[in-house]
Write a protein that binds this ligand. Structure first.
Ligand code: IDP
Length: 140
């Protein structure tokens, strides 16, 4: 079993797509372990996206992810990280397969609706940022 950190980003929240997005993960078979809505401060956003600090879009990405409420979730399941990324689709929504969240609902590379951890290491790092109370707990 594996767990992954998902963000329903502020663009999805503002468009009223939160329920649709969460339903897709549930239908895939992933289990909701934790969920909350919150608004990120810049420091937390910069920690979350630390690997992109040197990228030209970093400032705008932090502006975007802090721009309004989002929903953070921890999902668990067999191969949860890869499964969630399949449900989400490629980073560029125009490269994302139809039937994926980004393929069906997004146009913008930045405002692409959802985040999902990309490796077991990032998943644990990101779970610790958003749900510190889960650190060290068994993945079930
Ligand atoms: P991912 O979310 O599909 O894992 P990453 O490459 O890790 O994609 O990028 C993190 C986030 O940064 C993306 O989801 C998107 O919101 C934003 N982003 C990525 N590339 C660009 C870009 O070229 N311009 C603007 N924003 C970008």
């Amino acid at each position: 079993m594996e767990r992954t950190l998902i963000l329903v980003k502020p663009d999805a929240f503002a468009r009223g797509l939160t329920g649709e997005i969460i339903a897709r993960f549930e239908r895939k078979g992933l289990k909701i372990v934790a969920i909350k809505s919150m608004q990120l401060d810049r420091e937390t956003a910069e920690r979350h996206y630390a690997e992109h600090r040197e990228k030209p879009f970093f400032g705008e990405l932090v502006d975007f992810i802090t721009s309004g409420p989002l929903v953070a979730l921890v999902l668990s399941g067999e191969r949860a990280i890869e499964a969630a990324r399949q449900v989400i689709g490629a980073t560029d929504p125009l490269a994302a397969a139809p039937g994926s969240i980004r393929g069906d609902f997004a146009l913008s590379v930045q405002n692409n609706l959802v985040h999902g951890s990309d490796s077991p290491e990032s998943a644990e790092r990101e779970v610790a940022i958003f749900f510190p109370e889960l650190v060290g707990s068994a993945v079930a």
